[in-house]
Design a protein around this ligand. Structure first.
Ligand code: PMP
Length: 409
């Protein structure tokens, strides 16, 4: 017996993927040149598979803020928030996040993954129920596990199914926490947050929305899908990350619950890990300002998203959802997806390969993410690469694009 025996099936599957060409799960950016360009294996690639929606990783103001703070405050805090790891800048960032979301409190974490672990396991315990959308991210599942609560999955984006399951639980004296995401990262579809809020109000439950992919992208002020749906007032907790539109690393939760700050003394993933480095905090604070003062970033992003979405759908590709910065191109099989990914890569276009079991409905996907920083010629280069590979592989037919792609599903 070997501890690693349990990975036999995984080893075989991985070997078959790597045999087809480059290793899609071992891509190494040798040189990152901008938000949209990198060198991988000696080759120039356009980045169409990051989560850098607003392109802020290379924003001069964010970089300057991080550099100045690095010199002034050092490279790390070397301690947790409840020991030596709270600097005034952590508190300021929390205040600014609370203000940004028009909430009373905010907590920051070293990653978005940990924000979900910390908030879910802090809020819910073995006596409580958590109801989660079936398509929720792994960090939400893991947070549920850590909480020890009874977990009930409801059908993806179905307020009716949630309503039924909450009805079955009955009124009683139990706490019920409902968790959905704003924008789902695999298909690029959004949750009907207003409808979920109505259901949670009907049953006296709490609602937590993970806006990891939607902050800075949706809503008049960039607060996310709940804001776009006019439902912010009915959302009890918003979780998010700094590793996407905010171009850094870290996670957060905002809330107006009067006792929210108790979690600082009860949430193990908050208490027992070192706090965000000062330079990270500085770049995130500046990125939040950029979202506030540069609405054109969001406009560019949506223009680019619309252009790539219509370009790919006109070619006949089957796409996961309507226009959003996440465009999921559905492939007919796992093998076709791996082959297509390699061909795109050789043409200098990097997208995310997403395969089952990590995808909903066992889909094999090429997940493209569109950035505000993409130039029109880069969007066209991505579209053209898809067209060329689509024809090479027979997944689209130039003469009858739309019909053939549907047949390939
Ligand atoms: N929530 C969702 C919905 C996510 O997609 C992700 C990351 N992809 C996370 C949380 C975790 O964020 P982080 O990368 O900051 O840990």
């Amino acid at each position: 017996m070997d501890l690693f025996d349990k990975f036999a099936a995984l080893t075989t599957q991985y070997a078959s993927i790597v045999e087809a060409g480059a290793d899609p799960f071992g891509v190494c950016m040798d040189d990152i040149r901008s938000a949209t360009e990198a060198v991988v294996g000696g080759q120039d690639v356009i980045l169409a598979g990051t989560n850098n929606y607003l392109g802020l990783t290379f924003d001069p103001a964010c970089i300057r803020a991080a550099q100045e703070t690095l010199s002034r405050a050092g490279t790390g805090t070397t301690g947790s928030r409840i020991a030596n790891g709270t600097y005034s800048a952590h508190r300021l960032l929390e205040q600014e996040l609370a203000d940004f979301f028009a909430c009373t409190s905010a907590m920051v974490f070293p990653t978005g993954y940990q924000a979900n672990l910390g908030i879910i396991s802090g809020l819910a315990g073995p006596e409580d129920y958590i109801l989660i959308d079936a398509h929720c991210h792994a960090s939400i599942y893991d947070g549920c596990r850590l909480s020890g609560a009874t977990v009930i999955r409801f059908r993806h984006n179905s307020p009716a199914d949630l309503d039924q399951r909450l009805s079955r639980l009955g009124g009683g004296d139990t706490n019920k926490l409902v968790i959905v995401e704003g924008l789902y990262s695999m298909f690029g579809d959004i949750a009907p947050v207003d409808e979920f809020a109505a259901v949670k109000n009907k049953h006296g439950a709490y609602l937590c929305v993970d806006e990891a992919h939607s902050v800075g992208v949706y809503g008049d002020t960039g607060r996310g899908v709940a804001e776009a749906a006019n439902a912010s007032a009915d959302v009890d907790f918003i979780v998010g990350t700094f590793s996407k539109s905010l171009g850094s690393i870290g996670g957060f939760c905002v809330s107006s619950h009067p006792k929210f700050d108790l979690l600082r003394l009860a949430s193990r993933p908050y208490m027992f890990t070192a706090s965000l480095s000062p330079a990270n905090v500085a770049s995130v604070r500046t990125a939040l300002q950029q979202i506030r003062i540069r609405p054109e970033l969001r406009r560019n992003l949506w223009q680019n998203a619309a252009a790539l979405h219509s370009g790919l759908s006109d070619l006949g590709f089957s796409l996961g959802a309507g226009v959003s910065p996440i465009i999921a191109v559905q492939m007919p099989s796992r093998e076709a997806a791996v082959d297509f990914w390699n061909r795109l890569f050789r043409k200098g276009v990097y997208v995310n390969l997403a395969l089952p079991p990590g995808t909903p409905n066992s889909s094999s996907l090429l997940r493209c993410s569109v950035l505000a920083a993409h130039r029109p010629d880069q969007i066209e280069q991505i579209r053209r690469a898809f067209e060329e590979v689509g024809i090479e592989t027979g997944i689209i037919d130039k003469s009858q694009p739309a019909r053939l792609a549907q047949a390939a599903q």
